[in-house]
Design a protein around this ligand. Structure first.
Ligand code: ZN
Length: 369
């Protein structure tokens, strides 16, 4: 008889921040295993158990360390632990916040299980399975890259790899898993994207490119090997409609000044803003303030303006004399996989490998484990 290997053997675990600045944490589960790391003690409860943590005890501020600390871990042999209405697979970890009287909650979960909850949130559990599979490979690649970089790679105070938010990728709970998200994860298990030289690629994705995707260097500045900007017409008819509005010169002036200070160690001098001709091909804006020429990334202006004002980096600005006009398409940063484009390609019969090679034409697929 052939015995199947355990599905998750050898799969790395990913730590995902699911909630911040909590005053109280109440977790629930069957036969809960509780480890208090600060006391080096462990306890197993029998039957259903509710455990309450007070993250704001009297006088705690003095006692709290200056850096975050793993306080407690909770898991259950059933595989599920509840926090409020939500059920999580893997382990829940309670962290203290430095200098604050509150806790953060982290889900430590095998990467493949994490993907089954994420697919329904990042896309939609009812979408064609080939689109979900393309998303699964991109999201696995993104998460594994973060796991390999380590918890504190961009901030030594971080005791997790990812946030469940638009900043990283939006994950769900056990209740978000559907038959299709499970199928998409299983049929791509372990598959990741690698760059032309074979390195794990930070695979980015976004909601709707609106006509073309960007390379990471056009949006964030850091060059990632192998990326191309591709023309995508497949997302045109779905999702957010094209947007346009007028922008007062004074408001644009304030935003430009903040961007120059924040990203370019510069500032604008007094004077009228004169925009140079802009087009969708430009990922940067060129303009004079007074007699000085400035060049800024459109994505930096979007970071400053917010997603309400600039839903994507795919916009064109025009106008003069204190009255400007913004016209744009799409939603999200525009790098890598366009989710609504992937949906349309899957509807037209593309499989997930073809979808991925459309958005990542120079990357290859590989089994990471
Ligand atoms: Zn698109």
């Amino acid at each position: 008889m052939v015995v199947a290997a355990p599905v998750y053997a050898g799969v790395p675990a990913v730590k995902v921040l699911i909630a911040k600045s909590l005053k109280n944490v109440v977790v629930e589960g069957m036969d809960l295993q509780k480890t208090i790391h600060t006391h080096k003690s462990s306890q197993q409860y029998v039957g259903k158990k509710v455990i309450s943590f007070n993250c704001n005890p009297k006088g705690a501020r003095r006692a709290l360390p200056r850096s975050p600390l793993l306080v407690a871990s909770l898991s259950s042999p059933t595989g599920l632990v509840s926090w409020g209405k939500n059920k999580y697979q893997g382990e829940l970890q309670l962290l203290t916040n430095p200098g604050q009287e509150s806790c953060d909650l982290v889900n430590n979960i095998p990467l493949e299980k994490y993907l089954t909850t994420l697919l329904a949130k990042e896309m939609n559990g009812t979408w064609p399975v080939e689109a979900l599979k393309a998303q699964a490979v991109a999201a696995r690649t993104y998460a594994l890259d973060r796991v390999n970089k380590g918890e504190g790679f961009d901030n030594p105070d971080k005791l997790y790899h990812l946030e469940s938010s638009e900043k990283d990728q939006v994950s769900g709970t056990f209740m978000d898993v559907t038959g299709k998200t499970l199928q998409a994860q299983r049929e791509t298990a372990g598959e990741v994207l690698v760059s032309p030289s074979g390195k794990l690629a930070p695979a980015f994705f976004h909601s709707k490119c609106g006509g073309k995707t960007f390379r990471p260097d056009q949006v964030w500045g850091g060059v990632e090997e192998g990326y191309r900007s591709v023309n995508c017409t497949y997302c045109r008819k779905t999702g957010m409609k094209d947007w346009e509005y007028r922008l007062k010169g004074a408001k644009l002036g304030t935003m430009i000044d903040t961007v120059l200070r924040k990203y370019y160690a510069d500032q604008s001098s007094p004077g009228e803003i004169r925009l140079m001709p802009d087009s969708v091909e430009n990922s940067e804006l060129r303009f004079y303030v007074g007699d000085r020429l400035h060049i800024i990334k459109k994505s930096y202006l979007r970071n400053q303006a917010g997603r309400e004002l600039l839903p994507s980096n795919n916009f064109v600005m025009s106008g003069a004399r204190g009255d400007f006009h913004v016209k744009g398409q799409g939603y999200g940063h525009g790098v890598g996989l366009c989710q609504l484009g992937a949906l349309e390609l899957a509807k037209r019969g593309y499989d997930y490998r073809q979808i991925l090679s459309f958005y990542f034409p120079r990357h290859r697929m590989k089994k990471a484990y």
